[in-house]
Design a protein around this ligand. Structure first.
Ligand SMILES: [Zn+2]
Ligand SMILES: [Zn+2]
Ligand SMILES: [Zn+2]
Length: 255
């Protein structure tokens, strides 16, 4: 059934590498020339520079490509001028602080460089801690004082599922993210394998505490009793739950 469609399907795949019949005019504003597309957003949509930036203000981990006249060339949103404000639910902060070096963000689609502004206006004096601001953006910091690398909650959750289901190692998963970022190997992202392993151990531990309800105990994680994080086996006999009443009086041997 499939063989007669080999050529058409190969052509359809190749079509995404060229301009094909894309609109010469930005599909969003309708008046500027289009030259940008996003590999993550839906559809064969092409934008002008201003519109691709506006559409990705809250999607800073999408991969953008620029038509250079010959082929689609990857371009970073940070180089188009995108910056992310933490705190204030993404709205402007009256007292932001921005570090010169961009934040390295590892996500399910690879590594990104993101220009991040922290909030310094609210909470305790000097603003609440930078790692806390990152955690509220669902980005897990790899260090606590002045984080330079984060892993999205999504990538940690994704690896957790993969390693439980497929026994995928952290090393293999991490390298798949490197390939996602740049499959040519010419521009590999900053190496953060050790950081990934450390954060992943921390993530599993925190999830275990959370699932056992430790976050709701006023005495905190330190009051965790031995064995209280274990998952009970539902098939094992538990008195008062899945055993018949008066089971102690049952005759020994087969029923
Ligand atoms: Zn436009
Ligand atoms: Zn997008
Ligand atoms: Zn602020």
């Amino acid at each position: 059934d499939w063989l007669p469609f080999r050529d058409t399907h190969v052509h359809e795949l190749a079509r995404h590498d060229g301009w094909a019949d894309l609109s010469e005019v930005c599909i969003r504003c309708g008046n500027a020339p289009s030259a940008y597309k996003c590999d993550e957003c839906y559809g064969p949509t092409v934008y002008c520079r201003a519109c691709v930036l506006a559409d990705h203000a809250r999607l800073p981990l999408h991969r953008i490509k620029h038509w250079n006249g010959t082929f689609w060339q990857p371009i970073l949103l940070i180089n188009l001028g995108l910056s992310v404000q933490l705190g204030h639910n993404g709205a402007a902060c009256p007292s932001p602080v921005t570090f010169e070096a961009p934040l390295t963000v590892y996500h399910t689609n690879g590594a990104h460089f993101v220009k991040v502004s922290y909030c310094q206006c609210g909470g305790p004096a000097g603003g609440y801690l930078y790692p806390t601001q990152l955690l509220r953006a669902t980005w897990f910091p790899a260090s606590l004082t002045r984080p330079r690398t984060v892993f999205t909650f999504a990538v940690l959750k994704h690896f957790h599922h993969l390693t439980l289901q497929g026994k995928t190692t952290a090393y293999d998963f991490y390298n798949s993210l490197v390939h996602e970022t740049d499959n040519t190997g010419i521009k590999p992202p900053p190496k953060r394998y050790d950081e990934f392993c450390m954060v992943m151990r921390w993530w599993r531990h925190l999830k275990m505490l959370k699932r056992a309800g430790r976050g709701h105990d006023p005495d905190g994680a330190d009051a965790t009793q031995p064995g209280s994080l274990a998952v009970e086996c539902p098939a094992c006999p538990h008195d008062g739950r899945n055993l018949p009443e008066n089971w102690q009086a049952a005759p020994k041997g087969d029923a």
